[in-house]
Ligand binder design. Sequence first.
Ligand SMILES: Nc1ncnc2c1ncn2[C@@H]1O[C@H](COP(=O)(O)OP(=O)(O)OP(=O)(O)O)[C@@H](O)[C@H]1O
Ligand SMILES: [Mg+2]
Length: 463
Amino acid sequence: MAGQDKIKILILDDEKQFTEELIGFFQGSEYDAYEANSETEGKLILQNHEIDLMILDVRLPGVNGLDILKEVKAHYPVMEVIIISAHGDMDTVIKAMRLGAFDYLRKPFRYVDIQIAIERTQKYLQMQRRLKRIEERNSLISKSLEEKIDRQFIGISAQIKEVFELAMTAADYPDSNVLITGESGTGKENIARIIHYASKRKDNAFFTVNSSAITESLLESEFFGHKKGSFTGAVNDKLGFFEVCNGGTLFLDEIADMPLTLQSKILRAAEEKVITRVGDTRQIRTDFRIISASNHNIRKQVEKKKFRLDLLHRLNTLHIHIPPLRERPEDIKPLLTYFIDFYATKFNKPKLHVSREVIDGLQNYDFPGNVRELRNMTERAIILCKGNLLGINNFPVQQQTISLTESEMESVDLKMNEIYLIRKALDRSGNNQQAAADALGIHRDALSRKMKKYGIRIDRSEL
Ligand SMILES: Nc1ncnc2c1ncn2[C@@H]1O[C@H](COP(=O)(O)OP(=O)(O)OP(=O)(O)O)[C@@H](O)[C@H]1O
Ligand SMILES: [Mg+2]
């Protein structure tokens, strides 16, 4: 529809006095009105303005108004037409309605009649517009989902082959819970999706929940659902995650952050496969599998009494650990090739080659943000690349190279390493958080969250 809200109306009638009168009537109203006294004039206006509604006299000299109606409905399918017919010409009215006219007015008519007809059309047009927006949004969502559902798992290293084999075993045992650990960006969610889509649960939901992203007060009702009226704001019955995932997979991301109060409830649900909605007493059976992921050392969380040991045991029937990319440098080249192909296709670039220097440079880089960092880096390189050769200047990693000292390498504590890498990235970027997040291959918000969590502060005096 044209403009934001003003509806554009075209009045096509051979009687100039009539069209002028109507234009006068619409002056100062919420409509933009145009007049035409011949078919040619009308078509010109249609071409130059995005008309939403046409008021068409079907009795024009020399032409059959119904033919015009047919033509404009074919050319401008979203435009609506109200026809004006002579009194008693019911036959034409019926034909016009069959051809897609929205409404009709019989001459002579009162202004109030036309006002009502236009208002009715306007409501319809607004509904159409809203529907279109919803459809557009949905197609955007499904597009981004499609991109997210990246079911390729690339790698030739022995470690990654083992990860893949374990994932296939997990797919064969669709009722066993799986715990996936690994640093940020190593592909935990990716593997979780692969397990789901390779298992017999594939036709049901794969649902990701990041418990650190939901407010604590809502967590229980999000997981278990609620009965209408069980608390302020519970205006309808609502299914919780466990029910949504019936037959499918519930992917619990960042489980180490799950509040203790919820952990015992999740444990019970995971053991009994029976849940009760908040505010209800009915027990509902639901068949889900939990795949959980964490980039923390959960054992440490258990020691600190922040994570229940019994829940950990329940969740890690199968345990898959994805090693960081720097521990499997032979995967860098195949991953790079894969991402280059992916982005070159996406951005319509010619076939791109990579210089040896790039591979060497990347293989000596530590990749604190792991595969995600490599992926983002490749996307940026391809966008900025002018010719068909990707050189080291397109991959500015050398300056950023972060190498761990030997004693630091000995520390296998993920959290300590994360803190170390965040500090290092901030240091190198002169405390520019965006640049540090880019270097780590994570989103700036994720960096802020981590900094807050670990109490990492930027000394303002250094800025
Ligand atoms: N082996 C792989 N092959 C292809 N793409 C991969 C691989 N590993 C990771 N990726 C890609 O890297 C990006 C990050 O992966 P993913 O989101 O699964 O990481 P994660 O371990 O869940 O990270 P975080 O802990 O930050 O949530 C995704 O775009 C994913 O598709
Ligand atoms: Mg993830």
